[in-house]
Design a protein around this ligand. Structure first.
Ligand code: SF4
Ligand code: SF4
Length: 422
């Protein structure tokens, strides 16, 4: 397997966004906050607010046992509930808030040195902090990865704040490191304390001048520079075991601990050839994508992607709320759809696969329902990075097909058998 390279080098298309300050975006139309996913038997929750009641930013709209509270991201008026279809999360019941003036509810502040690991996890829960890397609650990760006291293995573990932005257009992590490096580092230190890790650093792929500025601003041993390739596979010394959280989650934790601020916003890069220039906006969760486009003076017909070029998901309806886990809004002028051609067997998809899979072979076996063979090709190790689709000269969506194959190579299909002689 040593012949495989890892990943591809992507063109730099971040534009002006990393050069400018983060701009505050103020929601104009209603903000929609998901309360529950409407699966088959989900009961509709009762809410503590009457319609037209005033709501403070940060107040709890809804809370299920053992879950993060659902917070009001903006102050304003409660407008009732609405059901919508979200491209990532499916059918959601959302609270609707009409933005207006009002207070912001905060948490009590406890001196940092007095905080125990469990205090930090409790604060991450009450502040409703989500990890922007995957939309998972930060508290869930901290609790799950927390080591027992005096764990002998702890020196081998390193907590990494991923600020690489190794995809094509996104630069929100770079913008945060530019503006609040000390606070981001403090949040990382608090997360490490919650997990009882002794080692932590920020992984970056910054241009040289920005990297130097960051190392001057915080201790240089807390900065790790990764190779310029996509996807990043090495966030620390290869001998270490890496646990990864987002830099926005770190910053939110620092603000919750130091200032009692709850996590109500995300920094989002708006970029692509459908905007005049790329920018980083601080956007309340639940803000309407159409509103964000209007703030960026988008008046032409565009295609919108939630996420960056390699792993984003199409957003056909711009009346969609922006939710935790999205840090790039890709706005593109419509292009003629490319028609996938038959595989020419060039093997490039295998060359770039960091998981060292054979994507073309996986797809072939899946299409021919050779499930026994498919199992040996370990398609379930695919993380959907998209490098194989990017490199494919036949314009095939190889990544999607491998992901599907990973799902269908489970025991149900294995029971159908497959031809061992193929
Ligand atoms: S999407 Fe999956 S198969 Fe394709 S390069 Fe990435 S890990 Fe490999
Ligand atoms: S890169 Fe595309 S054409 Fe080449 S082997 Fe892979 S799937 Fe086939």
């Amino acid at each position: 397997m040593g012949m495989f390279l890892n990943g591809v080098v992507l063109p730099f298309q971040k534009g002006n966004a990393p050069l400018n300050k983060i701009e505050d975006f103020r929601a104009q139309s209603s903000v929609r906050v998901p309360l529950v996913r409407l699966d088959m038997d989900t009961p509709v929750p009762s809410l503590p607010f009457e319609e037209n009641a005033s709501v403070a930013a940060g107040s709890v709209l809804y809370k299920e046992d053992n879950e993060l509270p659902v917070l009001a991201p903006v102050a304003g008026t409660f407008g009732g509930t609405v059901v919508l279809q979200h491209p990532q999360y499916g059918k959601l019941l959302c609270a609707e808030l009409i933005p207006g003036d009002g207070d912001e509810e905060t948490l009590p502040v406890i001196p940092t040195e007095k905080l125990t690991p469990d205090d930090i996890i409790r604060i991450a829960t009450e502040a409703a902090i989500y990890d922007e890397l995957d939309g998972v609650p930060l508290a869930e990760k901290l609790a799950c990865w927390q080591l027992p006291e005096n764990d002998v293995a702890s020196p081998n573990y390193v907590l990494v704040a991923d600020a690489t932005e190794n995809d094509v257009f996104g630069s929100s992590a770079w913008a945060i490191l530019d503006e609040e490096p000390e606070a981001a580092l403090l949040g990382l230190q608090l997360a490490a304390k919650a997990m009882r890790f002794t080692r932590y650093h920020i992984a970056t792929m910054l241009p040289k001048d920005k990297r130097r500025a960051l190392k001057r601003a915080i201790n240089r041993i807390n900065v790790y520079t990764v190779a310029d390739e996509y996807p990043v596979t090495q966030y620390a010394d290869p001998r270490d075991e890496v646990f990864r959280i987002g830099i926005q989650a770190c910053l939110a934790l620092a603000k919750a601990v130091q200032e009692g601020r709850k996590s109500l916003t995300a920094v989002v890069t708006v970029a692509g050839d459908g905007v005049i220039y790329s920018r980083n906006l601080r956007v309340p969760y639940g803000a309407n994508v159409a509103d964000i486009l209007a703030a960026c003076n988008v008046t032409i017909e565009v295609d919108v992607v939630l996420g960056d070029a390699m792993t984003g998901i199409a957003c056909p309806d711009t009346h969609t709320p922006l939710l935790p886990g999205t840090t790039t809004l890709l706005v593109m002028k419509p292009k003629a759809a490319r028609v996938p051609q038959p595989c020419i067997g060039c093997g490039r998809c295998a060359t770039v696969c960091h998981a060292q899979l054979l994507p073309y072979e996986i797809v072939r076996r899946a299409e021919n329902m050779h499930f026994e063979r498919l199992r040996r090709l370990t398609a379930q190790l695919c993380d959907g990075c998209g490098a194989c689709s990017y490199i494919c000269p036949a314009d095939r969506d190889v990544a999607a097909a491998v992901l599907r194959a990973g799902e269908t190579s489970g025991p149900v299909f294995l029971n159908w058998g497959g031809n061992e002689d193929e």
